[in-house]
Design a protein. Structure first.
Length: 210
């Protein structure tokens, strides 16, 4: 076997491991989720919520597997955060379209600008050999986003809930908390990227970076 063939096989093996497959499944579930949520029926929107929760769980699962097995790949470093942003970003945009009173456009735009900006920053830093690890704030941000989106999806799916107004308020408050953490962690990532660029040092790799 030539060195070129061995290199090709290694690259293929790097992509096709369980954490990366779960990441790709999450990407595939995004359009399924979007189509279901767009349907104006209780059954379809409940199904959309279920798909969203399953997709969100794959994020936690692939991180656990990657940590336990020591599987860290360049593909995973880029694809995992991209899949996360695609899922939550699609959910927020569609919620704003369906009910902008529940999910205001200003909040969706603010969160998306941060997420897209940090994703681009990660690509730039990876090209420079610097992988920015997940911070506790970044993980908290992800959890808060999943929680408020799930509550909003439940509110949209079951609009006639007896406690619907209370649920809307709870979801909105958690959304504000998520927005605050999202902005603060975004500033923190920019600061760390600037420090890394100045020092020329590379941060430790993180399989579940957010």
């Amino acid at each position: 076997m030539t060195s070129e063939s061995r290199s090709s096989d290694a690259a293929t093996a790097e992509v096709w491991n369980l954490p990366n497959v779960l990441t790709m499944v999450r990407v595939v579930l995004v359009p399924v989720f979007a189509v279901l949520l767009w349907q104006d029926s209780t059954a379809a929107r409940v199904a959309a919520l279920v798909v969203f929760l399953v997709a969100a769980y794959t994020d936690r699962l692939d991180g656990q597997i990657a940590r336990s097995r020591g599987i860290v790949t360049n593909f995973g470093k880029i694809a995992d955060p991209f899949a996360d942003k695609l899922l939550t970003g699609t959910a927020m945009v569609m919620l704003s379209i369906i009910d902008s009173g529940l999910m205001p456009w200003w909040a969706t735009i603010a969160i998306l600008v941060r997420e897209i900006g940090i994703t681009v920053l990660r690509f730039v830093m990876v090209r420079r050999g610097v992988v920015m690890p997940a911070s506790k704030g970044g993980k908290l941000k992800t959890v808060l986003q999943i929680v408020f989106i799930s509550l909003m999806l439940l509110t949209v799916a079951l609009a006639d809930l007896a406690f619907g107004d209370v649920l809307r308020i709870i979801a909105f408050v958690i959304m504000l908390a998520a927005l605050a953490v999202t902005v603060v962690t975004g500033v923190d990532y920019c600061w760390k990227a600037w420090q890394s660029a100045r020092s020329g040092g590379a941060a430790a790799a993180a399989p579940d970076a957010h």
